[in-house]
Write a protein that binds this ligand. Structure first.
Ligand SMILES: [Zn+2]
Length: 129
């Protein structure tokens, strides 16, 4: 097996990286969806206003059956919320509910002695227990 020195924390790093990308994509798609719904809604009003009664035809025959993309807003808003949560997780780091053993390196995961001040493997300063 060949593992890089940073292997112990790479799982968390990968989850956070995925969370950042997925969060960004979800927020972007959600904003686009809400934007499309708003544009369609506004455009729908415009079309409704623009109806010109034509003699011999019922008033509403011409144009509109209302905004057809409003459902996108109901899709897009949760996407923005979920994506935002993903971005927060990706950028703010792990929740502070993962206590490390004394002497464990946060940077590379190496277990040093409980009295160690710096990591034997990567040289990072260790958090005091
Ligand atoms: Zn280290």
């Amino acid at each position: 097996m060949t593992t890089t020195p940073s292997a112990p924390s790479s799982g968390e790093d990968r989850r956070r990286a995925i969370s950042r990308v997925a969060g960004l994509v979800l927020v972007a798609l959600g904003v686009l969806a809400v934007g499309a719904a708003v544009v369609d809604l506004v455009g729908g009003f415009d079309r409704t206003v623009a109806v010109v009664p034509v003699e011999g035809l019922p008033d509403r025959v011409a144009v509109d059956n209302g905004p057809g993309l409003l459902w996108l807003a109901f899709l897009g808003i949760p996407m923005v919320l979920v994506g935002g949560a993903g971005l927060l997780y990706g950028y703010l780091g792990p929740p502070p509910t993962t206590p490390l053993e004394p002497g464990t390196c946060r940077a590379c995961g190496r277990h040093n002695g409980p009295e160690a001040t710096f990591c034997d493997s990567c040289g990072s300063r260790l958090v005091a227990a």
